[in-house]
Design a protein around this ligand. Structure first.
Ligand SMILES: [Zn+2]
Ligand SMILES: [Zn+2]
Length: 355
């Protein structure tokens, strides 16, 4: 493919000021691949990155955000043998430095050299330029081949799916037949409910405030939904579990009060995964965690190659996130896309941009 010298990209010129402009197509270095971006999804973390920045983000005027993307390989560095021109790929946002203790243990989403470009760390769309552009330079270790049956749009949701799977891995997966409560029907919550069923949950209970989101949750496999505006979550979960409580709670609201409340409907020896983005401190009854032998974890993004794990599940249709895709925009319309996402206009859940 002929690769132009210039491309369109959404560049963050100042905090809160994202604009589409012309920039040079990125050069690829050793181990890197040039990806023609086909689809990129707006993530719930993007508005925060755009308005407040991110630890070690590239300089304003050059920073291209966007981290949930798929594309086509158009060029590979001479030392890349794993991929070839024309391959369809999903991009994993995290590339660890590969030399720190955490990376050597496979825990590259918690790389000890986070943001250190010289030492090889990359976090596309966060500390390194990402996918709101025609092209992106990505390290070969962050690229995973898409099966033919996975469309580029749906493939953007592999990043979220990988994060959800990593959350389940961290908390000891889902035991067959277990009762799983997922709080908060944002994209990650809805994916968590869907994936809990794939992993063998007996019953998935999804909580939330918006009926249209809870309806999507039921479509994706939630057995029971609780509208917290109408019902008391603690009472209802305890009633549904004969007074014992849930085996596993996946907290996805990111809000302090519901996050603290999960301790009121978890069972003794239960497990809690905190998967939200918590801007405020959360007060937890630590004594209960000790006395009730609880296990609590949090997943840092799509760790331990869980994005790759999600691909065959999506390829054969078991994992189907097409109901989450509500809107499409072109790159030139990126600010309208963000307004739609932020304002939840038209019941927006996942908003896709196709450069
Ligand atoms: Zn994301
Ligand atoms: Zn590292």
């Amino acid at each position: 493919m002929h690769i132009p010298e210039k491309m369109k990209a959404a560049v963050l010129f100042d905090l809160g000021d994202l604009r589409v402009t012309e920039v040079p197509v990125p050069q690829i270095g050793a181990g890197e691949v040039l990806v023609k971006v086909e689809a990129v999804a707006i993530c719930g973390s993007d508005p925060g990155i755009i308005n407040k920045g991110w630890k070690g983000y590239p300089i304003l005027g050059e920073f291209i955000p966007g981290h949930e993307f798929t594309g086509t390989v158009v060029k590979v560095a001479p030392d890349v043998f794993e991929l070839k021109e024309g391959d369809r790929v999903a991009v994993e946002p995290h590339k660890g430095c590969g030399r720190c203790e955490n990376c050597l243990k496979g825990l590259y989403t918690t790389c000890l050299n986070y943001g250190n470009y010289e030492l090889g760390h990359r976090h596309y769309g966060f500390s390194t330029n990402g996918g709101y552009a025609d092209f992106a330079a990505c390290h070969v270790t962050t690229l995973h081949k898409l099966h033919d049956s996975i469309g580029f749009d749906e493939g953007t949701m592999l990043t979220g799916a990988g994060t959800v799977l990593y959350g389940y891995e961290r908390i000891g997966w889902v035991g067959a037949g277990e009762t799983v409560v997922v709080t908060g029907p944002g994209a990650i919550g809805l994916m968590s409910a869907h994936i809990a069923k794939i992993l063998g949950a007996g019953r998935v209970i999804l909580t939330g405030t918006r009926e249209n989101r809870l309806a999507v949750g039921r479509e994706l496999g939630a057995d029971i939904t609780i509208n917290v505006r109408e019902e008391n979550v603690v009472d209802r979960v305890m009633e549904l579990t004969d007074g014992v409580g849930a085996d596993l709670v996946v907290e996805c609201t990111g809000q302090s009060a519901p996050a603290a409340e999960v301790l009121d409907f978890i069972r003794k020896n239960g497990r809690i995964s905190f998967n939200g983005i918590y801007h405020d401190p959360v007060t937890l009854q630590l004594d209960k965690i000790v006395q009730w032998n609880l296990l609590i974890t949090g997943p840092k993004a799509e760790g331990k190659l869980n994005l790759k794990r999600a691909i065959p599940l999506m390829a054969d249709g078991r994992m189907d996130f097409k109901p989450l895709i509500t809107h499409h925009f072109k790159l030139d319309e990126i600010n309208e896309a963000f307004d739609t996402f932020n304002g939840r206009i038209g019941g927006s859940i996942k908003v896709i941009i196709n450069p």
